[in-house]
Design a protein around this ligand. Structure first.
Ligand SMILES: Cc1ncc(COP(=O)(O)O)c(C=O)c1O
Length: 454
């Protein structure tokens, strides 16, 4: 691996950096808690890996039965800098002791301004910017749409096939997939239009420019360029299956948006903060979005999200039009500043890029031996494996579920995703040690190679 040396030591936050199973997964204590969960928690809140966590450090989760599990999911792309990251733990403790809440709209504090300054500096483009801080990714996406509508005085929002933007009413409308995200929860917000994506594995070899022309044709014919307030897109789709559009797709859409007076919004909730081997995924193609939406990896596990963008767009809404009780909570802001310092000072952007190269090479080698691996794709430490029926491109969700289950049983946390539920996604913490990663990848490739042999 060509990356700078991992920062993880043998133990992080009191957690040994190894995989060690002392009971079946889930173990007896987790099973007890699962029974309590079933009796107390609404069933709509699903669970991917039914083992309860007691402590976490670096790239390892310790469950209530004492099992040490290797985390290749980072709590869905949140703890990129690792669990229990020392700077975050210290900053959170210090801020919690000072004060936990005032509401920035009532009595402001420096941390909020410092995070806004950092976002204005780090997001693509050197134009003048402003930021607003919020709490969840969906809330930030909603605010980006509010801001774009206020600026353009238009109402239509264009989103894409396979897109995922959250679970609130507006973001359910923006999200493509019915089950489980939308089914039975309508009616949804109006004025949302869906355009075709560039999905190289499934769109018959369209170039990025051709796929963009197809999408723009749909927008112009079905919505009308003059009605579009915002084009909202994930530079690499997350829940939709880690779909990396063909080169040229994003720049063409950004150029069309800007020429049409629409606000180009990059939803970098999953791809932001070093995850793709760049601070933001838009950078891979030199795209400068008008607005960038961030959350997840921004604050080392504390709930924080943001919209950052061109000052003239961000300042369109009237005073008092934006905000929220908890938006930019001071403890979350302290965590965000510590997270950003960790990424920058520890060289984690380069580390994420190197992890991705190494993981991808291992998976491509496995693909040569396993025809069920239809596609290996991603950028940086955001890598996916799309499983298909051998010799075809028909999705194989059962194989993906079986591989994930086999990994979980052997103490490796991998997640699934995709419109067809047939994609395994890897989102390791950037600080994972090389030996631990190699061991986890042995488990994963072993499970992949046994697809179809049972
Ligand atoms: C691209 C993208 N946008 C928005 C969201 C919604 O974020 P949250 O779950 O914090 O509301 C997610 C969550 O997975 C996401 O991946």
């Amino acid at each position: 691996m060509t990356a700078t040396a991992p920062t993880v030591e043998l133990s992080v936050n009191g957690v040994a950096q190894h995989r060690r199973l002392v009971t079946p997964v889930p173990g007896p204590r987790s099973l007890e808690l699962l029974a309590r969960r079933e009796a107390s928690v609404a069933r709509g809140v699903g669970v991917m890996l039914p083992t309860f966590v007691e402590r976490a450090g670096g790239a390892v989760l310790v469950d209530v039965d004492g099992n040490h599990l290797v985390d290749l999911g980072s709590g869905i792309a949140v703890t990129g800098i690792g669990h229990g990251a020392p700077r975050v733990v210290a900053a959170v403790a210090e801020q919690a002791a000072a004060f936990t809440h005032t509401c920035f709209m009532v009595s402001p504090y420096e941390g909020y301004v410092a995070v806004a300054e950092a976002l204005d500096r780090l997001t693509p483009g050197d134009h003048e910017k402003r930021s607003i801080l919020l709490t969840s990714g969906a809330e930030a996406v909603e605010n980006a749409v509010k801001i774009a509508r206020s600026h353009t005085r238009r109402s239509a929002v264009v989103v894409f096939e396979h897109g995922y933007h959250g679970r609130t009413n507006l973001t359910m409308a923006l999200t493509a997939k019915n089950m489980p995200y939308k089914h039975g929860f309508g009616p949804f917000a109006p004025e949302v239009y869906r355009a075709p994506l560039s999905y190289p594995f499934r769109d018959g070899g369209l170039t990025g420019e051709q796929a963009a022309a197809r999408a723009i044709d749909v927008i112009e014919k079905q919505v009308g360029a003059e009605n579009v307030a915002a084009v909202v897109i994930e530079p690499i789709q997350g829940e939709g299956g880690f779909i990396v559009p063909a080169p040229g797709f994003l720049p063409a859409l950004a150029a069309w948006s800007q020429a049409s007076g629409a606000v180009f919004v990059a939803d970098e909730v999953q791809t932001g903060f070093a995850r793709t081997g760049a601070m933001f995924a838009s950078e891979h193609e030199g795209v400068v979005p008008d607005l960038v939406v961030t959350a997840k990896g921004i604050a080392g596990g504390l709930p924080l999200s943001a919209v950052t963008g061109r000052a003239e767009i961000m300042d369109a809404p009237h005073v008092g039009g934006l905000g929220g009780t908890y938006g930019g909570n001071p403890v979350a802001c302290a965590a965000a500043l510590a997270t950003i310092a960790t990424i920058e000072e520890d060289g984690l952007v380069a580390r994420a890029a190197a992890l991705g190269e190494w993981i991808t090479a291992r998976l491509l080698a496995a693909q040569g031996r396993q025809p069920a691996i239809g596609d290996v794709r991603g950028r940086g430490a955001m890598v996916a494996i799309e499983l298909v029926r051998p010799g075809a491109t028909d999705p194989d969700p059962l194989a993906a579920a079986a591989v994930a289950r086999a990994c979980h049983e052997q103490g490796v946390v991998v997640l699934t995703c995709g419109t067809y539920d047939n994609v395994l996604r890897l989102l390791p913490p950037f600080v994972i040690g090389e030996e631990l990663l190699a061991e986890a990848m042995d488990v994963l490739t072993g499970a992949l190679l046994s697809v179809g042999t049972a």
